[in-house]
Design a protein. Structure first.
Length: 373
């Protein structure tokens, strides 16, 4: 019996090794890279604060009423009355403070904050953000920010008015500048059912996600509700939802992609997916050049008159048109590689390629969606 068990274990080990060699390595995409889990998300925080310690590059109190009111209120809380005094400082700036509250962050966790000038401050370099409460969408305070502002920019100017600026000096960050004061409670481990959201909605991809999960857990625990959502029920064999998510997020599938052509007419950038197909079509592409040249001429008056010379405009117009080349592109839905090869054979520029793709779509020969950015 021991010998039989040993032979059986050796056979199973060889079978597993053979299957691992037959499976393509890295052929699919992990579920964690294409889905978002319900309840695992950031929350935006925002607050208003004041940055002090600037070297004369802050706001003008005359043009920034909110900064004056902030300084007066702050001084009153510290026992100093500045209501009847004339404040004239440029070492402070009113700023908006923003941050992202990570999911499952606990009290005392430190997060980065972004500081942006509100009024006419020239630079936040060297400033210090004073204690600023950060509020969520419900109006509750979830964090408090304070610290030195790091600005990845600089500005320099001379007496003649010439100035040089690199990046944006009125925008900075406070690394680990905020401390979380309130937690967002979400007990994921106790959940018996939740939803998985696809980042790129597609019916086929949603079905493949559900199929991969069901094959792994051995039951119908997941099903596609719509192209963007897969509902997951926790099987009884798994003690908590966190363990289930940790085990299924490493599963790999091949996500489906829509045939799509992305065009940025401003920069001339064109991106085409691998599923783009083109039917047989003939394309003629030629360049038309029109050159207009003005050559002023002088008409001399009659010698018996005192009239001055007259300038007579002379216009020469030349038209040159390159011979259009007719090329056959496509054929029974050719793939992207052959489409690109055929278009490159025409020697078209990116600008002309945009017009050609739009014409192909209008003729019905391009089996893809065109999105213009």
């Amino acid at each position: 019996m021991r010998a039989l068990a040993h032979i059986l274990s050796r056979f199973l080990a060889c079978l597993v090794a053979a299957c691992s060699l037959a499976m393509p390595v890295g052929a699919g995409t992990r579920l964690k890279d294409i889905i978002d889990v319900e309840g695992v998300r950031d929350n935006q925080l925002i607050g208003y604060g004041v940055v002090f310690g600037l070297n004369g590059t802050g706001d003008s109190l005359r043009n920034c009423a909110m900064l004056r009111q902030s300084i007066e209120s702050m001084m009153e809380r510290l026992g100093i009355n500045t209501r009847d005094s004339v404040l004239n400082t440029k070492n402070a700036a009113a700023v908006m403070v923003t941050a992202n509250l990570p999911p499952f962050a606990t009290n005392g966790t430190r997060i980065d904050v972004t500081v942006s000038a509100v009024c006419n401050a020239k630079s936040l370099e060297g400033g210090t953000l004073l204690a600023t409460p950060l509020l969520g969408a419900d109006g509750q305070v979830y964090a408090s920010a304070q610290g030195s502002v790091a600005v990845g920019a600089f500005t320099a100017s001379g007496n003649s008015g010439t100035s040089l600026t690199r990046n944006i000096p009125t925008n900075g960050r406070v690394p680990n500048g905020a401390t979380i004061e309130r937690e967002l409670r979400f007990d994921m481990a106790a959940q018996t059912e939740l939803r998985l959201s696809l980042r790129n909605p597609d019916f086929t991809t949603a079905s493949r996600v559900a199929g991969a999960i069901n094959a792994f857990v051995g039951s119908d625990a997941a099903f596609a509700m719509d192209p963007a959502t897969v509902r997951l029920r926790r099987p009884a064999a798994f003690g908590d939802m966190s363990t289930l998510i940790a085990q299924i997020e490493g599963l790999e599938i091949e996500p489906e992609q829509r045939a799509r052509v992305i065009i940025n007419e401003t920069t001339g950038v064109i991106v085409m997916g691998e599923n783009v197909r083109v039917s047989t079509v003939a394309i003629a592409q030629g360049n038309l050049t029109i050159q207009v040249q003005e050559t002023p001429g002088v008409a001399m008056p009659n010698s018996f008159t005192n009239a001055p010379p007259v300038v007579v405009p002379q216009t020469d117009i030349a038209v040159a048109e390159d011979p259009a080349r007719l090329a056959i592109v496509g054929g029974n839905g050719v793939p992207l590689r052959e489409l690109v090869t055929g278009l490159n054979a025409l020697g078209v520029s990116p600008r002309d390629l945009i017009v050609i793709l739009q014409a192909l779509k209008a003729s019905g020969a391009l089996q893809a969606d065109i999105e213009v950015m």
